[in-house]
Ligand binder design. Structure first.
Ligand code: T46
Length: 134
């Protein structure tokens, strides 16, 4: 895997259960400006289908599972997200698609920038031109 970069979180568990703490500047490699989560995704719905010019993100599947596709215009990789103790670092200029959401899937995303639609590349051909692989 060259596109999918995983961060392994420490589990601060005890006899009561498990806890994961994510601190900016420790395991998260950017300043966290935004947090959002995707949940209750309808059956057979896929999401994403875009890239970001600048945004970097860490996605964590804190419940259930989904399949994430990453594509840099030359290489396409897919990973199954099903662990609350692993974060997928999604760099800028990577096309992403999310498929096969389980009913209980909750995808928590830590983002390096505030939301701005201007940062999105929602057309695959435009994305390929931007990364120089058209
Ligand atoms: C990504 C993948 C993993 C906002 O208003 N603020 C936000 O912070 C976000 C993330 C979205 N929105 C609005 C924009 C749309 O009207 O919420 C709506 C759904 O967003 P979108 O269609 O972009 O959602 P996904 O699931 O296709 O993609 C999202 C993120 O947008 C994206 O950055 O990498 O999750």
């Amino acid at each position: 895997m060259i596109l999918a970069k995983w961060l392994d979180f420490q589990i601060l568990g005890d006899e009561r259960g498990s806890l994961v703490a994510l601190e900016q500047g420790k395991i998260i490699p950017f300043e966290i400006k935004r947090v959002y989560y995707i949940y209750h995704t309808e059956k057979n719905v896929s999401r994403g289908f875009h890239a970001h010019r600048e945004l970097k993100q860490v996605a964590i599947c804190i419940s259930g599972s989904c399949r994430m596709v990453l594509d840099n215009g030359l290489v396409r990789e897919e990973v199954i997200m099903n662990s609350p103790v692993k974060g997928l670092l999604i760099d800028s200029l990577l096309w992403r698609e999310m498929h096969d959401f389980s009913e209980d899937c909750i995808l928590l995303v830590l983002a390096s920038e505030h939301y701005t639609e201007a940062d999105y590349l929602r057309d695959y051909s435009a994305f390929k031109r931007e990364v120089g692989n058209a």
